[in-house]
Design a protein around this ligand. Structure first.
Ligand code: UD2
Ligand code: MN
Length: 403
């Protein structure tokens, strides 16, 4: 008998049996692959040879455990905000540094400000990772200094400039920002700020939340203001990721990942409890998701009480060749939670080349080293950058041990 699709009943049965067989074969293969990988990881996951994948230059100093150092004291705010309604008057690099300085005479050397007739709740360090984007920095500071003042923040702007032409490492620069800022003052709130994101509605206050880290750049014009959240591949909460769990994460109870890139904030206590950012993400991508997983591991949530009030414009840009997409990010992400205690702020190494107190910001130029040879080798390794293959690509320490 023929059905309306033109095939016989027996053909349909055969097709169904075939599909079932294919499913079973893939599933068995997948389970075996996964258990092989799992047993290999149990032997290698102890990660006690940090030097294998950390840059290991002798003149670099290790920052060490700064848990107590990064914490300040929160006060009861007595400030009344004087915010302006959103006027959409974004000036893209048309102003000169001198003009911006003139419009911000209340900002003191090093890009510092605090309200004179009230007490701000937090002492805030605004940390901007940078290389070769001075025009964007000008636009950001021209727009945001007045906003931060109207928000009555007690703040200082730190630009952490990566020296040289090696691979960019945003997360490491952010760690350095905390390390350097905490030498200056007992900050209690750290803002991690991309240079190209401009706040549209100043009702979105730049203050930390005592109980949870904040991510405020969910809504960006470039992405039609759609909130950024996704089922990340290689999510470490999927302890035994399989092809199926990667293709159908929801079925496998995977956790939705919220973004933590762009503009986010943490108190010193939150930052210390997750051991800062990972230093291992050279090039574009992954470092923000790694921090998200660290945060979840510590049972924090990522919050933003101001909701859609926090919306941003992103200054249009290309991705620089020195910040090429990092092909190891998936594999690193899968180990994010396992690695976080040993690798991060407590293993940060860098060299400060200069510290300049400019009128609108403190510029700290740093030599962050480069990936260790093993990591470099890993970065240039060829493997399928998708699904389970990317998640299970050998880690550098596995490569060293010949596994
Ligand atoms: C996204 C994230 C960003 C980061 C990045 C992946 C959002 C809104 N942004 O940004 O936070 O997670 O993906 O790494 O989620 N930079 C320089 N010079 C360079 C390269 C980068 O100054 O040569 C700095 C600059 O502050 C920039 C930031 O690094 O804003 C992030 O780089 P991007 O803007 O090229 O990356 P994008 O927009 O894809
Ligand atoms: Mn950007």
């Amino acid at each position: 008998m023929k059905s309306h699709c033109g095939c016989t009943k027996s053909t349909k049965v055969k097709a169904a049996v075939c599909l079932l067989l294919v499913y079973l074969v893939i599933h068995i293969y997948d389970a075996r692959l996964n258990s092989n990988i799992a047993s290999r990881e149990i032997q290698t996951e102890s990660i006690n040879d940090l030097e294998v994948f950390q840059d290991s230059h002798s003149p670099f100093t290790v920052v060490g455990n700064v848990t107590s150092k990064v914490n300040g004291v929160r006060r009861q705010s007595t400030c009344d905000y004087q915010l302006k309604p959103n006027d959409n008057s974004l000036r893209i690099s048309s102003v000169s540094w001198a003009d911006i300085e003139e419009a911000n005479i209340v900002v003191s050397s090093g890009g510092k400000y605090s309200p004179t007739d009230c007490v701000a709740a937090y002492k805030i360090a605004i940390i901007i990772p940078l290389r070769d984007r001075e025009d964007q920095l000008k636009t950001l500071l021209s727009h945001m200094h007045p906003v931060w003042q109207r928000q009555m923040l007690d703040y200082q702007v730190y630009v952490i400039s990566q020296a040289g032409t090696g691979l960019f490492n945003r997360a490491k620069l952010l760690n350095i920002g905390v390390s350097e800022a905490s030498k200056d003052a007992p900050y209690d709130c750290y803002v991690f700020h991309d240079v190209d994101l401009i706040l549209e509605d100043e009702d979105c206050l730049y203050t930390c939340e005592l109980n949870n880290p904040r991510h405020i750049s969910h809504h960006i014009d470039l992405f039609s203001y759609k909130p950024i959240s996704y089922y990340a591949p290689c999510n470490p909460s999927l302890e035994s990721a399989t092809v199926f769990s990667l293709i159908f994460p929801k079925l496998y109870g995977d956790e939705e990942t919220q973004g933590f890139g762009g503009v986010s904030m943490m108190t010193g206590e939150q930052f210390a409890s997750v051991n800062g950012f990972s230093n291992l993400y050279w090039g574009w991508g992954g470092e923000d998701d790694d921090m998200y997983h660290r945060i979840r591991k510590q049972a924090y949530s990522v919050v933003n009480p101001y909701g859609t009030k926090c919306s941003f414009r992103m200054i249009r840009h290309q991705h620089e060749t020195g910040n090429a997409k990092n092909p190891t990010r998936f594999s690193l992400l899968r180990h994010a939670k396992a690695r976080m205690r040993k690798e991060g702020f407590n293993s940060l190494r860098y060299r400060t080349l200069s510290k300049e107190f400019k009128s609108l910001y403190t510029n700290i130029t740093v030599d962050i080293g480069q990936p260790s040879p093993t990591m470099m080798n890993f970065l240039t390794q060829r493997f399928l950058p998708v699904g389970i293959f990317a998640c299970h690509a050998k880690m550098p320490w596995q490569a060293k041990k010949g596994r």
